[in-house]
Design a protein around this ligand. Structure first.
Ligand code: AMP
Length: 210
């Protein structure tokens, strides 16, 4: 399974990618998570990325493409992977096409805009391992503490309301056209996001395996 998950920020693609990763026993490659880790580690890449991410802007394509190619060449990606957050525009998809990386399926997760804004503004992220939670829909067992590693939870800088609007605008301008790009290649599968995480997973698996 070499899969791309394509959806608006907040549609739940990170959460579903996590489920699929367990189900198929393949790694999720999240460009956003790699960039946030670089920022937390204070690397040179992190310093560059921070200037863009905090404003809700895309990190330059050449930086992202290098990250993805390097990560996908690691041995754990040999039997499959899930790309979460890449490609994000036509130029990145064309660079992927031109590389020797093969993709089987592109899954899109459809969620209404109002739900997206509500989900993003309640989202919490673990400072340490990057796991995602929500103040209402996916509460951690203990307030402010990550279920997976015990790290502290925080609101992402780019989940602040003024940045959310910019991110959604960028999504519709740059990422949504990828649906047609992949539909034209016969690679697109569409899942409709539900209110419950588990019901969405059932739907996603039905679309992928059905
Ligand atoms: P995400 O966790 O996927 O929502 O990504 C968080 C932020 O990281 C985005 O708003 C972008 O600033 C940056 N980012 C992640 N993936 C990409 C990408 N493929 N191209 C450009 N910027 C990206």
């Amino acid at each position: 399974m070499k899969l791309i998950i394509l959806a608006a920020p907040g549609a739940g693609k990170g959460t579903q990618a996590e489920m699929l990763s367990k189900h198929f026993d393949i790694p999720t490659i999240s460009t956003g998570a790699i960039l946030r880790k670089s920022i937390a580690d204070g690397t040179e890449l992190g310093e560059i990325a921070k200037q863009y991410i905090d404003k809700g802007k895309f990190v330059p394509d050449d930086v992202i493409i290098n990250i993805v190619k390097t990560r996908l060449s690691e041995p754990d990606c040999k039997n499959g992977f899930i790309l979460d957050g890449f490609p994000r525009n036509i130029a990145q998809a064309e660079a992927l096409d031109a590389s020797d990386i093969e993709i089987d399926t592109v899954l899109t997760l459809e969620v209404e805009d109002e739900k997206i804004v509500e989900r993003l503004s309640g989202r919490l992220e673990c400072k340490v391992c990057g796991s995602s939670f929500h103040k209402e829909h996916r509460k951690p067992k203990k307030d402010g503490v990550c279920d997976n590693c015990g790290g502290a939870l925080r609101t992402r800088e780019d989940d602040k309301p003024e940045v959310i609007r910019d991110r959604l605008k960028t999504y519709y301008e740059q990422t949504e056209p990828l649906k047609k790009f992949y539909a034209d290649k016969g690679m697109l599968k569409v899942a409709v996001g539900k209110d419950e995480i588990e019901s969405t997973t059932v739907e996603v698996l039905k679309v992928l395996e059905g």
